[in-house]
Design a protein around this ligand. Structure first.
Ligand code: PLP
Length: 400
């Protein structure tokens, strides 16, 4: 089946649900057996890791199983585990693979809370953490120690959008028996085939494009055969689960992921290109535009892009940045992304230890939603006009 047909059909079994097109929301805690023999068999099959067998709501219901099945059908891998948030998926996977005395290499371009979890929480349990430059490919081998168990990647990086050479990193990791864990939220299972590129665990903040409507928080970790047992057992002992309602919303989001992403990608590139020509903008960081330093790698390894990127503004007074943001009507001011709506969020990438922000002005992360791009461009123009007015005012004040 081709991608779009898979998105429609993956994980659906109408015959099991009186013909209902969608797997219903199956809420529940207790799962009863018709007799003791069935109960004992079910427990055994579940302990052996058989897919779709559950003796308790915490281990999932039909709704959860439908999402787990669909994600593997679409993005590859062996099995998928669900979590109450993207961050819970990240922290649980890292806890599953690391023990006291182990070493983890963490990309310096990682999501803020991932770095926080490793550097403030896991270090308390005796895990050593070293950040690495996201531009490293096979040269990462020089940083691998005998106790390196995990190389953590995120491509493109949060806020700064560096594309990593994942196949080269995976080859170096596997030569030393280490796991490659990747935050693949930007690429989604559709546009970055993580397992074909050597990733062992691919993590989705499903909160973003999979749910796609800014109405649920959810995480998914898809594992290959090598990592699955460890991730499953530890996640189970951590009590990880998610609500059937949220799993249902993720399944609903999946059906339209293909068409939504195409539009986010197209509008994102159009607006990024328009912004690149603006005098107020020093740099545009969108992997799908040719000026991006990771463009060639993106073209080699990704099958598409999305609506999330960043710009670096030329240095400007604080009041002018406020005027720009405050006068945007269609771009909301808030965190998260991947919903149908556009967002613009100023950031200061001071958290980077190695890949320092080389620009004098502030950054603005932009999520291009599903609105008409002409309206979005008009909105940005309006914001830039307000910025110019605020700049003139600042200069008049400083002159008088
Ligand atoms: C949002 C995000 C997360 C965390 O997801 P939550 O569901 O908010 O916990 C992880 N990684 C990336 C790249 C994100 O953007």
């Amino acid at each position: 089946m081709k991608e779009d047909s898979l998105l429609v059909n993956a994980g659906r079994h109408p015959e099991r649900f009186q013909g209902a097109v969608n797997t219903p929301v199956v809420r529940g805690s207790t799962v009863v057996s018709p007799n003791l023999d069935h109960w004992l068999q079910s427990r055994k099959r579940q302990a052996a890791g058989e897919f779709g067998v559950s003796t308790y709501g915490r281990f999932g219901t039909a709704t959860h199983h439908a999402l787990q099945e669909a994600i593997v059908d679409i993005g590859g891998g062996h099995r998928a585990m669900l979590y109450p948030s993207g961050l819970a998926a990240i922290s649980s996977v890292l806890t599953s693979l690391l023990s006291a005395g182990d070493h983890v290499l963490l990309t310096d371009s990682g999501y803020y809370w991932t770095s926080q979890f490793l550097e403030s929480t896991l270090v308390r349990f005796g895990v050593q953490v070293t950040r690495y430059d996201p531009s490293l490919g096979s040269d990462i081998a020089a940083l691998i120690r005998p106790n390196t168990r995990v190389i953590y990647a995120e491509s493109p990086g949060s806020e700064t959008f560096e594309i990593q050479d994942i196949p080269a990193i995976a080859a170096a990791a596997h030569a030393h028996g280490a796991y490659v864990v990747m935050d693949n939220t930007w690429g989604t299972p559709l546009y970055f085939p993580a397992f074909e590129h050597g990733v062992d665990v691919s993590i989705q903040a499903a909160t973003k494009y999979i749910v796609g409507h800014s109405d649920a928080i959810l995480g998914i970790a898809t594992c290959n055969q090598r990592s699955w047992e460890k991730v499953l057992r530890t996640s189970q002992t951590l009590g990880q689960t998610c609500s059937a309602d949220d799993a249902f919303l993720a399944l609903r989001g999946l059906r339209t992921l293909g068409v939504r992403l195409k539009r986010h990608w197209e509008s994102g590139v159009r607006i990024a290109t328009w912004l690149e020509a603006r005098p107020e903008v020093e740099v545009v960081m969108h992997p799908a535009i040719p000026s991006h330093p990771g463009h060639a790698l993106w073209k080699r390894d990704f099958r598409g892009a999305c609506g999330l990127f960043a710009i670096g503004l030329r240095p400007l007074p604080e009041a002018a940045l406020h005027a720009f943001i405050d006068n945007l009507r269609m771009f909301g001011l808030g965190v998260s992304w991947g919903g149908y709506e556009s967002l613009a969020l100023p950031f200061s990438p001071a958290v980077r230890a190695i890949a320092r922000w080389p620009y004098a002005g502030p950054g603005v992360r932009i999520h291009v939603g599903l609105e008409d791009p002409d309206d979005l461009i008009a909105d940005l123009e309006h914001g830039f006009d307000a910025m110019a007015m605020a700049m003139r005012k600042t200069y008049e004040c400083s002159e008088s």
